[in-house]
Design a protein around this ligand. Structure first.
Ligand SMILES: NC(=O)c1ccc[n+]([C@@H]2O[C@H](COP(=O)([O-])OP(=O)(O)OC[C@H]3O[C@@H](n4cnc5c(N)ncnc54)[C@H](O)[C@@H]3O)[C@@H](O)[C@H]2O)c1
Length: 402
């Protein structure tokens, strides 16, 4: 096929399986990563539950199993602008997939250091990428991973549209129909950086005609894709700790090791979800259906279903017999919300969504069970809180916390 794709953040939880999926599909993949996620593990004294191998071992294993080469460039996208620009000039990629951000809301709320790191890293990484694409004068399609969380999970009652909202504005005595970016409502410093990303996309698209797809992704669950399952050396990371673990994977892992399922508040928060295999499928669809030249930023909701956290916990408890424990919520968020999300664009491109099913849930529990001896149970409870005056609840109770 001989078409280059650069995957920024290609060593991470979503980036690694995506890089393998695109390599298998015949694209020439270059992973750019500064390995900051692995270094954060050292700082947090916590590791992926699954034993991830070093990036060079991963890439060698992929080559020996499939014959396909993946190139790795160690580069900090937020600070090594010239190296990034030169790479784009050299490779002339058809697409750049941008995962290279600090992605945990609890981590972003830990302290002033973590807030400032998240802002510096994420905003500079996105701006450097946009600036380097523009300066390179190459026609690169940027595919960015955003999050459903930019909208704050509340609506006026309608499904969240794909990026743009039709509104009526009052002009003198008349009403005019216009379309605006769906209002941002970030719930953490991490989410705030994603809402800032959206403005940078809007600007570069308007000013320089940069072709951009911004994917508002739901919470990813699952761990394996057909490619990561080929060999243990290719295994994907599995975060279970209170900062980086995503909620459904945390519940599945807690069930596997006999820890109570840790629900915050009443568990009435509704969130959007997507399986890791659909993350890979959606990114491939986004790359293969790029916006036309001159088209506005394309914003797609990359989520396949919504659930309350309480219902997920009950479902897993019924499957496994795990106990549920409710903890006072360390976040500042609505205790209950309804959420429904439009995802027609991906369905029209041919996405056949993987929804929560017992087989896939069991697969994750089996993986968690296999590696449970690697779990540090002291890292399970969340220790980050959204405000200094919030008191951490380390005991929990059998009844929902108010
Ligand atoms: N995991 C989810 O549930 C989820 C949900 C919605 C959106 N997302 C978005 O998807 C993207 C990827 O998430 P993930 O779960 O794979 O996270 P991750 O932390 O596992 O991966 C991010 C990768 O980017 C690298 N990175 C970070 N900053 C960098 C920089 N300045 N230069 C170079 N590399 C850098 C890290 O080392 C890591 O390998 C994020 O932007 C995140 O906001 C993830």
């Amino acid at each position: 096929m001989d078409e280059n794709i650069i995957v920024l953040g290609g060593d991470g939880f979503c980036g690694w399986p995506t890089s393998l999926g695109l390599s298998k599909a015949g694209y020439d993949i270059t992973i750019v990563d500064n390995l900051s996620r692995r270094k954060i593990d050292i700082d947090l004294e916590c590791e992926s539950l699954t034993p991830i191998t070093p990036i060079s071992t991963r890439i060698k294993a992929w080559k020996s199993l499939t014959g396909k080469e993946i190139q790795f460039i160690h580069l900090d996208v937020s600070s090594q602008y010239h190296k990034l620009y030169t790479l784009i000039r050299e490779l002339k990629p058809m697409s750049i997939v941008h995962f290279a951000e600090q992605r945990a809301a609890p981590y972003s709320m830990k302290s002033p250091f973590h807030k400032r790191y998240t802002v510096d890293n994420n905003i500079n990484a996105t701006h450097n990428t946009l600036c380097a694409i523009t300066e390179s004068e190459e026609d690169v399609h940027l595919v960015h991973l955003g999050t459903m969380g930019v909208y704050g999970y509340g609506t006026a009652g309608m499904p969240i549209p794909e990026g743009y909202l039709k509104v009526k504005v009052e002009c003198k005595q008349d009403f005019k129909d216009i379309e605006i970016l769906y209002p941002a409502n970030p719930g953490s410093i991490y989410h705030m950086t994603k809402t800032q990303d959206a403005l940078m996309f809007y600007y570069y698209n308007k000013n320089d005609g940069t072709r951009i797809t911004d994917l508002h992704q739901g919470i990813v669950w699952g761990t394996n894709t057909p490619e990561t399952m080929l060999d243990e050396a290719l295994i994907n990371r599995f975060d279970y700790d209170g900062d980086y673990g995503t909620v459904l994977n945390r519940f599945l892992m807690q069930a596997a090791i006999g820890h109570p399922l840790t629900v915050h508040g009443t568990g009435g928060q509704t969130r959007a979800f997507i399986h890791i295999r659909d993350t890979v499928n959606c990114i491939k669809l986004a790359i293969e259906n790029p916006p036309a030249r001159g088209e506005r930023v394309r914003i797609l909701n990359q989520a396949t279903e919504t659930h309350t956290l309480r219902n997920l916990a009950v479902m897993i408890s019924e499957m496994t017999g795990a106990q549920i424990r409710y903890y006072a919520n360390p976040r500042k968020e609505d205790s209950e919300n309804t959420l429904s999300v439009c995802n027609e664009n991906f369905l029209n491109m041919g996405l056949n969504p993987i929804t929560l099913n017992e087989g896939l849930l069991t697969e994750v529990i089996d993986i968690a069970g296999k590696y449970k001896n690697r779990c540090d149970t002291s890292k399970i409870l969340c220790t980050s809180k959204w405000r200094r005056d919030i008191v951490l609840d380390t005991e929990g109770s059998l009844e929902p916390a108010g």
